[in-house]
Design a protein around this ligand. Structure first.
Ligand SMILES: NC(=O)C1=CN([C@@H]2O[C@H](COP(=O)(O)OP(=O)(O)OC[C@H]3O[C@@H](n4cnc5c(N)ncnc54)[C@H](O)[C@@H]3O)[C@@H](O)[C@H]2O)C=CC1
Ligand SMILES: O=C([O-])CC(=O)C(=O)O
Length: 331
């Protein structure tokens, strides 16, 4: 039996992601929580004739604890999305507190669950989650993930269009670092199959992958950021459930706390000591089984991108850690 919980289930990402989960044979029980409309979304989805049961909860009557009771996997797309002109860091003020409070609920109710964080800024919300879990004495780095899969999905799509591959799914480009602007680093040198990016297209392609989110924010013109592609990517990352169910050989880039994952220390050394970093991670029934070191054959250009990413990431991580320190009794 696998119980999945979506926190922020009534939102732009939460609704289509919940739909995909309701349609998945991997999930037996689906629990939806939001500050608005989650019972409505649950009632709607419950009419779909797939086996997963669906229940919706609001904050009243201890709804968060009830939603989380017995959870195996908790995915969090709760919080504000960007509007044109905003950076992901501009969301920190609102989303840091939202993520902190939801993680407190997880720490108290289902501390052994896998936690997948989508809420931005991911570079800070994941360190916030780690600090809250540490404060409650239940932190397990092998079960906490920042979802960076949308960067991987975009890298595949945009690279395919540059190299003329009609089916983007055939191109896998590892994307490492963080999840905002220059902290996002595509490693074309490690692509599978091998790809040749023409010299005159390289810089634009990197930029498009790094700032793909802005493309959507601009096109939506005030109506939010990526939701459907994020729901697709979030569901893809929920292949973690395949690993939970015992399937072997699953490796996906994801943002993890390196010192707590096997192989992480070697990666940490390679990235200038930064503690949180997205690298391809081997997933197993207990979560992150091994962080792989993808830097063996990187090019000089990729080294430059990695150096820039490390700096930005460290600042974002520090902001998250500091926020929790200042939170005091709210924990
Ligand atoms: N990691 C990634 O690659 C991506 C992350 N995002 C981020 O995902 C987040 C959600 O985006 P959207 O779904 O478009 O926003 P949205 O505004 O459509 O939905 C957010 C939902 O969160 C709910 N919410 C707010 N406070 C809550 C709380 N305390 N507890 C539970 N639910 C709460 C809202 O009621 C709303 O239903 C944003 O922070 C956005 O920046 C978006 C795209 C990609
Ligand atoms: O751009 C945003 O704000 C949403 C996001 O993280 C993405 O689309 O990658």
């Amino acid at each position: 039996m696998v119980k999945a919980v979506v926190l922020g289930a009534a939102g732009g990402i939460g609704q289509p992601l919940s739909l995909l989960l309701k349609n998945s044979p991997l999930i037996d029980e689906l629990s939806l929580y939001d500050v608005v409309n989650s019972p409505g979304v649950a009632a709607d989805l419950s009419h779909i004739n797939t086996p997963a049961t669906v229940t919706g909860y609001l904050p009243k009557d201890d709804g968060l604890a009830k939603a989380l009771e017995g959870a195996d996997v908790v995915v969090i797309p709760a919080g504000l999305p960007r509007k044109p002109g905003m950076t992901r860091d501009d969301l920190f003020q609102k989303n840091a507190g939202i993520v902190r409070d939801l993680i407190v609920g997880i720490a108290k109710t289902c501390p052994k669950a896998f936690i997948l964080i989508i809420s931005n800024p991911v570079n800070s919300t994941v360190p916030i989650a780690a600090e809250v879990l540490k404060a409650h004495g239940v932190f397990d780095a092998t079960k906490l993930f920042g979802v960076t899969t949308l960067d991987v999905v975009r890298a595949s799509t945009f690279t395919a269009s540059v190299v003329g591959e009609k089916d983007p799914r055939k191109i896998a480009v590892p994307v490492v670092g963080g999840h905002s602007g220059e902290t996002i680093v595509p490693l074309f040198s490690q692509a599978s199959p091998k790809v040749e990016i023409p010299e005159d297209k390289y810089a634009d392609l990197v930029k498009r992958i790094q700032f793909g989110g802005d493309e959507v924010v601009k096109a939506k013109d005030g109506a939010g950021s990526a939701t459907l592609s994020m729901a697709f990517a979030g569901f893809r990352y929920l292949t973690i459930v395949h690993a939970v169910r015992g399937e072997k050989g699953i490796v996906e880039p994801t943002f993890v706390y390196l010192p707590g994952v096997a192989g992480g220390e070697e990666v940490q050394k390679a990235v200038g000591g930064v503690e949180f970093f997205a690298v391809p991670v081997e997933l197993g029934p207990n979560g992150a089984a091994k962080a792989t070191n993808p830097f063996g054959g990187v090019t000089e250009k990729e080294k430059e991108l990695l150096a820039i990413a490390q700096k930005g990431l460290q600042t974002n991580i520090n902001a998250g850690v500091e926020f929790v320190k200042q939170s005091g009794p709210k924990l």
